[in-house]
Design a protein around this ligand. Structure first.
Ligand SMILES: [Zn+2]
Ligand SMILES: [Zn+2]
Length: 631
């Protein structure tokens, strides 16, 4: 085969199959011929050499590239199965490009070339004996991971070297821990200075610094270093002196736990997030399972048993083909149970990849060792539905009939969702629990394919949340924000007195209808004055809120009626059904007005009303018709 590389040279690759049967064939595997030299020496082509496919235009002895000894084009090689005593035939001969198959370095620098008992010059790749020998010698410490030479790259080789020197130093560190220190080094009183004290801290710090180095390596190398280190420090044990140090990592057993947790967390993360092949992950898992776990760490024996992304059950759940998380296969039952840490990792990765629908399917069925923590992540399903662009489904998933995520809302979380639904935008961030949604500085961006919800579903959503979540029902800010949705900045047309009158009964019946968690708004109520109807519905709910308990601060809530004073009048009318509460509410407002410096923005209407109604010398009965004049 002939290939032109650039314009300078031609690489001739021999077809390996051709000399398969003849190991001593003299053809080197690769020759590089420099074209420029050739042109000078190239002569006329004899007609007999012309061939349809190939024309030989020059002939020159090729430069020999590095090769294994058994491939040497200069010195014939005689293969044998496992001759180690002495060179067979002329196998000890070498050219200056001959490499030792076992050491992977120039034959001239191999110290075992003709060494009786290990005679490397006889080695070749078609002998099982020599191949195994090569693997052991080249894999070194990596052999215990069951890695093969094809797995190995320069990063892994580097990891192996670091691991090797780590092991040597660790042994020294641990033996000096076992020797203990005299107490005088710790500056304690004379009487107990002769006691020995055993401090694991330096060993812990040494292992930690090695793990720090691992963090900076290529993914596979890092995994090998972490697990290789764990295999070693797990063998450590604690020695108690009469005097016990209180520093946290002085005790070997406790330090080992901390170190192992760190290793597990890092490797788990890699198994989920890194681009490892299934084979490589299995090798890591098998290696870990062979560890000698002390009794107190036995519970961590299965910590690296992580499902691969191509796991049949996991894939079918993600694709929506399995909605139970249970798979029966030949009488065996497979349940999608994962460690909580793994659930978090998958949640993180699927968010990164914008696979929100798959993430929701996964979270709905996965089971884990910590159901409380899982609940927090599952409470994010509505957010992920939003991010998938489906605000309607997100809203429904906040308010199922049982165990509604909305019942666990904080006021901030309610305001968060209200904003998402109203604007179809969301902060760009990856989260693992709902509280993070409210404490972010991330910029809000439009959600792909999402359409903002109109007033009616927004109001119904808010009223339903108020029913199931007292934190939201109580909170003044939630009311202000909801009222700002229905009290549009432009004033709404005053509805007819008849509509306002009839609205009282309609609103009361909507709010009192407790059948199911849904809010049924009759269509006739929305026909003539649809926006006004929504405003009155929320105002009616506010009336119930004010009647139930003090609302503080109340002024920002009432200020949202700035452009729709008629609705505030309607509220006053509704509140007057409970004169005592109305009076105390007015007192609360006037106190709030006295203490606020922001009086300029208050409604003149509110000021006059409140000052009239809250005057202690005024008689209630004489005033009762005052604000109702607005109706
Ligand atoms: Zn050679
Ligand atoms: Zn060698």
């Amino acid at each position: 085969m002939c290939t032109t590389v650039g314009t300078e040279e031609i690489i001739i690759l021999s077809d390996d199959e051709d000399c398969e049967d003849d190991i001593s064939c003299n053809e080197p595997s690769v020759l590089i011929v420099e074209v420029e030299d050739v042109k000078k020496s190239g002569g006329a082509v004899p007609p007999s050499a012309l061939d349809e496919d190939l024309v030989i235009t020059f002939s020159r002895r090729a430069e020999v590239l590095p090769h294994a000894r058994y491939d040497c084009p200069i010195h014939p090689f005689t293969p044998t199965d496992c001759e180690i005593g002495a060179p067979v035939a002329a196998n000890q001969l070498m050219c200056d490009q001959c490499f030792c198959y076992i050491c992977d370095k120039l034959a001239s620098s191999c110290e075992m070339w003709c060494h009786s008992g290990v005679c490397h010059c006889n080695s070749h790749k078609r002998s099982e004996f020599w191949s195994n020998h090569r693997n052991c010698s080249l894999l070194g410490g990596l052999k215990t991971f069951n890695l093969t030479l094809s797995d190995i790259d320069s990063h892994l080789r580097q990891a192996e070297m670091m691991l090797h020197s780590f092991r040597l130093s660790l042994a020294t560190q641990f033996s000096s821990f076992l020797m203990g220190n005299m107490l005088e080094q710790y500056g304690v009183s004379q009487s107990i200075q002769k006691c020995r004290v055993f401090d694991y801290t330096p060993v812990y710090e040494f292992v930690s610094s090695f793990l720090n180095k691992a963090d900076k390596q290529d993914d596979r190398a890092a995994a090998i270093m972490r697990l290789g280190a764990a295999e070693n420090f797990l063998l450590h044990f604690h020695v108690s002196g009469t005097f016990i140090l209180q520093s946290p990592m002085a005790n070997a057993a406790e330090a080992k736990l901390v170190l192992l947790q760190r290793v597990i967390a890092s490797v788990q993360r890699q198994m989920v997030m890194a681009d490892f092949t299934p084979e490589f992950i299995h090798k890591l898992q098998d290696f870990y399972k062979r560890f000698n776990f002390p009794t107190e760490l036995k519970s961590m024996k299965n910590s690296l048993t992580v499902r691969l992304w191509d796991d049949v059950l996991l894939v079918s759940v993600l694709k929506g083909q399995n909605v139970s998380g249970i798979r029966k296969d030949k009488g065996k039952k497979d349940v999608l149970v994962e460690q909580f840490a793994v659930v978090l990792l998958r949640t993180e990765l699927l968010q990164q990849q914008h696979r929100y629908r798959e993430l929701c399917r996964y979270l709905r069925v996965v089971e884990t060792d910590d159901s409380k923590l899982l609940q927090k992540v599952q409470d994010l399903i509505p957010f992920f539905m939003c991010m998938a662009g489906d605000l309607g489904s997100a809203l429904s998933s906040l308010l199922p009939s049982v165990n509604a995520p909305a019942s666990r809302f904080t006021p901030q979380l309610f305001l968060f969702y209200l904003r998402v639904f109203k604007t179809a935008t969301a902060p760009k961030l990856a989260v693992s629990q709902p509280a993070q949604l409210c404490s972010t500085d991330a910029a809000w961006e439009p959600i792909k394919d999402a359409v903002p919800l109109s007033h009616v579903p927004l109001v119904r959503f808010a009223l339903r949340v108020q029913r199931c979540c007292s934190a939201v029902f109580t909170d003044s800010q939630c009311w202000t924000t909801l009222l700002a949705v229905v009290n549009t900045l432009a004033p709404l047309q005053d509805p007819s007195p008849q509509f306002l009158q009839e609205a009282k009964d309609v609103v009361t019946s909507i709010l009192n209808d407790q059948h199911g968690s849904n809010i049924q708004i009759p269509r006739f109520f929305q026909t003539v004055y649809p926006d006004q109807a929504m405003l009155l519905l929320v105002t009616g709910a506010l009336c119930l809120r004010i009647l139930s308990a003090p609302l503080s601060p109340a002024l920002p809530v009432l200020n949202t009626f700035k452009e729709n004073v008629w609705a505030l009048g309607w509220l006053w009318g509704s509140l007057s059904s409970s004169p005592e509460r109305l009076r105390s509410f007015l007192l609360e407002i006037s106190k709030e007005m006295e203490s606020t410096t922001d009086g300029d923005h208050l409604l003149p209407f509110l000021c006059t009303t409140v000052s009239t109604w809250s005057s202690p010398t005024d008689n209630w009965d004489q005033q009762s018709s005052g604000p109702l004049n607005y109706l």
